[in-house]
Design a protein around this ligand. Structure first.
Ligand code: KG4
Ligand code: ZN
Length: 337
């Protein structure tokens, strides 16, 4: 089954062609992140305008790289939400238009469900269920127990900021460019994580929930007291360590609840973080840890949306093409309707 995926929920414009949910024939991503590096975050109206400029060139490039035409496509899977309304509209309007002209059925995919499917992309040893999935991006921090692609229980989420947001806001305080995750990780390489040992939120509680507002405040207070000069790398290393430690604690607690689980999956933009992977890997040995096979599948991309559309069609064909609403209620079953 060949699916054309479209993802435009924020500041990436992406179109992909994926076969049977796993084989990526093309995955074209035009990111406008560098445009927002100075502003410290995405300006929604600007992001939407850039989506308009980029969507058709990206679409044509994805079709030509995969060497296919619309006749070869079985379904179109498009991110239906959540995300920035203007950006989402560009993708959904494009999807609806192609669907109408070429008579290709449309599948609406919840953005988070796309991230959950990203570990299957080009994976040589296919991940299996049941698994614990940590889905960490700029918009959400979720811990799932999953028994199939479309069935699962949300075990925990952030009580305030998402982990990626904590990276982005911490980076802004440290004078590092947006997106904050990669710039904090880069600065942390030359830093000493033990110089500013920040408190790990909720570490006394047995929970899969997370909270990053206290950590952000600790960084702010520390910077006010000690000043930033000559110390950015140490702050970055300590701050990254505190975020990763908290996310690792969430996984540890999930594994206490479901000791039969054999695999841990880490997805979403923050799953690109090397220290996070290392910490979870060390803590969860001998369990197998699966992360997306390429960094481009960690951050927002259309291949994961096409993959999610495929698994949705395989497991829930009756609901997959039923509607195109932006319903985002929990649990996972509702993510897909
Ligand atoms: O999944 P994503 O591309 O978009 C959302 O769905 O939000 O995630 C973007 C987030 C940003 O907050 C960014 O700072 C973070 O992922 N991120 C990272 C890394 N690469 C991206 N965080 C930590 N370390 C990284 N290497
Ligand atoms: Zn995302």
């Amino acid at each position: 089954m060949i699916i054309l995926g479209i993802e435009t929920s924020c500041d990436e414009t992406s179109v992909a062609i994926v076969e049977d949910g796993i084989r990526v024939l093309s995955n074209v991503i035009a990111s406008t992140k560098d445009v927002f590096s100075e502003s410290g975050g995405v300006v929604p109206e600007d992001a939407a305008r850039r989506q308009v400029d980029l969507i058709l060139p990206v679409l044509h490039s994805a079709l030509s790289k995969a060497n296919i035409t619309y006749i070869d496509i079985d379904y179109i899977a498009c991110t239906k939400g959540p995300g920035l309304m203007g950006s989402l509209l560009v993708g959904t309007t494009t999807a609806r238009t192609i669907s109408a002209i070429h008579d290709i059925p449309l599948i609406g995919v919840h953005h988070t469900f796309g991230h959950l499917s990203s570990v299957w992309l080009e994976s040589k040893v296919s991940p299996v269920f049941p698994c614990i999935t940590l889905s960490v991006s700029g918009g959400h921090t979720n811990v799932w127990y999953r028994s199939s692609h479309t069935e699962g229980i949300l075990l925990g989420e952030t009580l305030d900021d998402a982990a990626g947001e904590a990276f982005d806001k911490g980076a802004a305080m440290l004078g590092l460019p947006y997106p904050g995750g990669p710039s904090v990780a880069k600065a942390a390489i030359d830093g000493d994580k033990n110089i500013h040992p920040f408190p790990i939120a909720l570490s006394e509680q047995k929970t899969c929930n997370s909270s990053f507002s206290g950590l952000k405040n600790s960084l702010r207070v520390c910077l006010q007291k000690e000043g930033i000069k000559g110390n950015v790398e140490n702050f970055a290393a300590s701050y990254q360590e505190a975020i990763c430690a908290q996310l690792t604690n969430c996984i540890v607690h999930a594994l206490c609840l479901y000791p039969e689980v054999k695999q841990v999956h880490i997805v979403g933009g923050v799953s690109a973080n090397i220290r996070l992977r290392e910490m979870i890997d060390d803590t969860c040995t001998p369990l197998t840890i699966h992360t997306p096979t390429h960094t481009e599948y960690c951050t927002d991309n259309a291949a994961m949306i096409a993959s999610a559309g495929y698994f949705l069609m395989v497991e829930k064909p009756d609901v997959a093409t039923k509607d195109f609403s932006t319903k985002s209620s929990l649990p996972l079953a509702n993510y897909i309707s």
